[in-house]
Ligand binder design. Structure first.
Ligand code: DSN
Length: 428
């Protein structure tokens, strides 16, 4: 039985798009996805995305809409909210942000005034663009002050310097979270510093939301964080989307709701809310906990190979699903060269700046990779260790076509031996 996504109407009506969909399906089937922010969605989640909820306008919130015909959207959004709150152990959830950036921007505008100071992690030390990078619009409204790691080789945040900066700058919001940082954070320290200066605390958990929901790593709410923002499509394994969670303050939750609509967005994408509800239902199942544990074990297996072979890992290793390797410093291969050669052998990942980057952000020293997607495919520690060995071999032999051909064949065999499971969206 073919398990490919059925697209008979696209095939009949628009062969050009159908061909591209089939091409992407094949790419995903034949190669290994190591971009740590990517994953596969289930067929059930995909059905919800393709459902009739995409036809509906629903500005507002359950019970308080601007248009009629909300009998099903109200129940759907409330179900999604209830599941989100159960997953993350909090009282309030806004499930409407279209993705992670609007979730962060909506949260800032919801709780702050123009000119307020936000303390966030520096992009080059693992933070995110929306945490105050000068290229983003939010820096026109808020005063971002950024903190760094004390030592990039241990990953420890300089909490004493963070406290001193907080006492001096008097932020209204202390932000933690990251898109390229592999260690656990000391959430208690953030909360203590924020209390001292009267700031809100917000954790952008986009990368690790699945791991938190699956109980594999710490939940910032357990330490008293006020707000968590996240995407829903990374380790959480849902559809593309964003979400803002509030631990227990009704006042904060109301401000956030008002900020997302009408402050920032128009009509919510109810088909995406439906898909989030389905994915959260999946994450509430016991097997999701096993999946998260395996993500961590697989990342540790890759860490061991890289460290054993003398490749420097930022943070000295990983406590989560991702690794950031200084391949230029250790192997003399730039991040762009590494991304290219690994793409050639069927491994997709991204070049990434490292802390205190000596090169440029367009061809930096590092690569970032992680295990959520290959763990969905059933990769174990032994498989991941082999992938890590092949990655290093490919980078060391970036100009040797025979070696690359051999590695490409082995990667393809591994991919075919671990097909994307039938319950997920995939090629036949
Ligand atoms: N693009 C996401 C990532 O890859 O981490 C963050 O926005």
């Amino acid at each position: 039985m073919s398990t490919a996504q059925a697209i008979p109407f696209i095939q009949a009506q628009d062969p050009a798009v159908a061909e591209l969909i089939r091409g992407e399906e094949q790419r995903e089937a034949d190669g290994l996805e190591l971009i740590p922010s990517e994953n596969y969605i289930s067929k059930a989640t995909h059905e919800a995305l393709g459902s009739c909820f995409t036809n509906k306008y629903s500005e507002g919130y359950p019970g308080k809409r601007y248009y009629g015909g909300q009998q099903y959207t109200d129940k759907l959004e409330q179900l999604c909210i209830d599941r989100a709150c159960k997953l993350f152990n909090c009282k309030y959830a806004n499930v409407q942000p279209h993705s992670g950036a609007p979730a962060n921007i909506g949260a800032y505008y919801g709780i702050l005034e123009a000119g307020d100071t936000i303390l966030g992690m520096d992009l080059s030390h693992g933070g995110h663009l929306t945490h105050g990078h000068p290229v983003t619009h939010v820096t026109k409204s808020f005063n971002f002050v950024r903190y760094k790691m004390k030592d990039p080789d241990t990953g420890e945040i300089d909490y004493e310097a963070l406290r001193e900066t907080a006492l001096k700058e008097k932020p209204k919001l202390i932000l933690c979270g990251f898109s390229a940082y592999s260690r656990e954070l000391d959430y208690q320290k953030f909360v203590d510093i924020a209390k001292e200066v009267g700031a809100y605390t917000m954790a952008d958990m986009a990368h690790i939301a699945g791991l938190i929901a699956g109980g594999a790593i710490k939940n910032p709410f357990d330490y008293g964080f006020d707000i968590i923002t996240t995407t829903t499509h990374k380790s959480l394994r849902g559809p593309r989307g964003g979400m803002i969670l509030v631990r227990d303050s009704e006042e904060l939750a109301k401000k956030i709701d008002k900020s997302i609509f009408p402050g920032l967005q128009g009509g919510p994408h109810m088909h995406a809310v439906a898909a989030r509800a389905v994915a959260f239902g999946e994450a509430l199942k016991p097997e999701f906990k096993d999946y998260c544990q395996q993500i961590l074990k697989n990342a540790k297996a890759m860490e061991k190979v890289f460290l054993d072979q003398g490749v420097r890992l930022l943070g000295g290793g990983t406590d989560n699903h991702l690794l950031l390797a200084d391949v230029y410093g250790s192997l003399g291969v730039t991040g762009q060269e590494a991304e290219n050669v690994l793409d050639e052998v069927g491994i997709t990942l991204n070049k990434n700046s490292i802390a205190d980057e000596p090169r440029t952000m367009f061809d930096p020293s590092g690569i970032r990779f992680g295990t959520p997607a290959i763990t969905t495919r059933g990769f174990t520690e032994a498989d991941c260790a082999r992938v890590a060995e092949l990655m290093i071999e490919a980078m060391k032999n970036k100009d040797d076509q025979a070696v690359k051909d051999r590695i490409r064949a082995e990667i393809k065999d591994m991919a075919h031996a671990h097909p994307i499971p039938d319950s997920f969206v995939k090629a036949s």
